[in-house]
Every structure is written in C-alpha cells, then in structure tokens.
Design a binder for this molecule. Sequence first.
Ligand code: GDP
Length: 432
Amino acid sequence: MAVAVERPANDELRNLSLSGHVGFDSLPDQLVNKSTSQGFCFNILCVGETGIGKSTLMDTLFNTKFESDPATHNEPGVRLKARSYELQESNVRLKLTIVDTVGFGDQINKDDSYKPIVEYIDTQFEAYLQEELKIKRSLFNYHDTRIHACLYFIAPTGHSLKSLDLVTMKKLDSKVNIIPIIAKADTIAKNELHKFKSKIMSELVSNGVQIYQFPTDEETVAEINATMSVHLPFAVVGSTEEVKIGNKMSKARQYPWGVVQVENENHCDFVKLREMLIRVNMEDLREQTHTRHYELYRRCKLEEMGFKDTDPDSKPFSLQETYEAKRNEFLGELQKKEEEMRQMFVMRVKEKEAELKEAEKDLHEKFDHLKRTHQEEKKKVDDKKKELEEELSNFQKKKAAAQLLQSQAQQAGSQQTKKDKDKKNSPWLCTE
Ligand code: GDP
C-alpha cells in the first residue's frame, strides 16, 4: 500500500494519500534493471612492492586468472600498468580494471615513487572532467577509469610501516579510497600479527593518513562495517591452488608443516577483505570516488580555471560572466605576451645588426692592415730587386773589363813570341 510521508509545515509540498495502486513503487526495480543492463565498472589500484602478492591476490579475489607477467626488480622507475576485463556473474556484467604499480619499491632512491601513482589518478580524474565539460557529453557510455579502491600492500615485516608506505599513502589519501592490507600474512605469527596491526593503525593515525572508512550510516551495512573496521589492516593470503580439505576443494597454500586456507577466517582475513571490497561496499567505494575524491579534484581544477560559486558580494556567480572575465584576462595576457615577444624580437634584431656592423668593421680593419703589409712587402721586394739589378750590372761591367784586359794581355803575349821567333831565325844573329 502507498504511504504519504509527512513533510515539515514550511514546505510548500502538500501530502496526499493515494486511493489506489499507481505503480511508481517499481522505480527502484526500474533503476536496478537499468543499471544491470548498463553494466558496472570498478577499478582497483594495487600498490605494493614487486613480488608482494598483488597479482595472486587479484586472481584469488575474482576467482579467475588475470594476465600478468612477473616484473623484474630492476625497473628504473615506477610505472603503472592498467588492464581491463569484462566479467559476468549471474546477469551482472562488470568492467573491471586492475592497475598494477610495476617497479614500486625497487629503486635505491624512492623519493619520487609516489609521483607516477598520483599522476595516474589525476589523469583519470582529468579525463572524466574533460568529458563532463564537453558540449556533447557521453557520460552514459563513458568508460570510467577513475580508481575506486586502492589496495595498499604492506610487507609482513612485523615491525612497522616503511617510510615509503607512509609517504605514498599520505600523498594518495585525498585522491583515492585506501584499504591497507598486510600481504603474505601466512609468514607472520599470530601474536606478532596482532601487535603489527595495532602498530600500523597507530602509525597511520599519528601521521594523519586517512584510510577508507567503511560506511556505518546505512542500517543494512552499519553493523558488519563497524565490526570489520576493527580488523584493519586485513592480513591476507593469496593462492589460486586448490587443495582437498575434508571432502571439499578449497584455495590454500600448502607447506611441509600444514595448509593455510585462504577462505578460513581463523587463518587470515581474506574473506573479510572480499566482503568489504566486493560484497558490501563496492557501490559505496564507487560513490565515494565520485562524490568525495573526484569532487575535490573538480573543485580545485575549476577554481584554478577561475570559476567560483559566488562573487565577492555573495551573489551567485554567472558562468557566462566568469567565462568572459577569464577570456578577457586570457586575451589581455596573450596581448601582453605578444608585445613582449615583439619587443624581444626587435631587440634581438638590433643586437644582431650591431654584431654584424662590428664584424664588418673588424673585417675592414683587417683588410686595410693586410693591404698595408702587402704594400710594405712589395716595396721591400722592389728595393731588393733594384739592389740586385745594380749589383748585376756592376758585375757585368767588371766582367767586361776583365775580359778586355785578358784579351789585351793575350795579344801582347803573342806579339812578343813572334819577335822572339824572328830573332832566332835571322842569319845575322850571332850565337854565343
Ligand atoms: P606481485 O609481483 O606483487 O604481483 O606478486 P605475485 O602475485 O606475482 O607473487 C609473487 C610470489 O609470491 C609468487 O611466488 C606467489 O606464489 C607468492 N605469493 C603470493 N601471495 C602469497 C601469500 O599470500 N603468501 C605467500 N607465502 N606467498 C605468496
């Protein structure tokens, strides 16, 4: 039977009772049917060191074998790898994306390890915001890649959180729903585990890290969520290996000394995690992502872009006015930049011109210097030539005089010889 609900007196709505069945009580069913036919999407981010058991836990949680290639420990930095799958259970289709942090914790310097994770989360928010801001939006069939849950894998050291864990969780807590879990919990003794859990929780509180709070405002889930919160961080064991226990096959890890059953609540908190992550709070995680984390990102982004809800006089801010103010501001900045660039260009041209003039002057000076040197050299060569020519002509003169003397001497010599011969042949010549 339809029931009219009482409303406050100052409300203008009037309560009326229906005299017969109308049918809008089927609205929730219509909503369920619509959502079912549309399918759901859920995105999990697994943050944890290489080999801590991320892939195994995902396979165990969803009862399937996702693709995974074991990462090496020598990645130069942290890289995020997302893989999407289409799953179906009964008539409910789920588009599941699992994002792995490849190389997390493998570098010597881990200062920047959180950055690629933050960037990835922001990129997904930005993509959604861009879709929302489009004139022609298609959010209805938009593949939402925003991270709904971040499983933070804590190493089962039994001591305390590493500084990398605290820094990373602190950087992520305003962007994503963090669920901390102790990985490979079968490697830690029961009493140590208890202390380890309290230590982790007190460290998270003292460092102001906000983890995901299981909702307790809704009656149907309040009790279970409140009970489960006490067990945080969940100490989980992952395995896809089936072992026969009694006459039933169950997922377990077999050791020489015994068997750890994944779904046995006395052995580990795997069931609690599955309950909280998938069976009870999946929708709340999706909702929190949209209403809390994405809302915060969107608000900051829009404020950065100059949008406000009210103007300084507390009047609602018009989108048109904001847009125009921002546009004018942008155009003003553009003009200023253009003017700056023009001035810079003119200055550069002047500088270049002065440089070229200087270079030209240098060249002229060099040319004059070379010309002078050349003339001096030429003069020196000419003088030398003249000197040599004079020397040559003196030499020629001397040579001619010497030749004349020599020929005169020869002539005189031959005349004397002839006289002597004549004297010898004369008949009047008396011999001694
Ligand atoms: P990932 O690099 O974080 O994805 O780690 P994997 O899931 O590939 O696991 C690395 C190794 O740890 C494999 O040999 C797994 O069998 C093992 N492993 C996974 N989960 C557990 C667990 O809960 N307990 C123990 N002892 N070993 C586990």
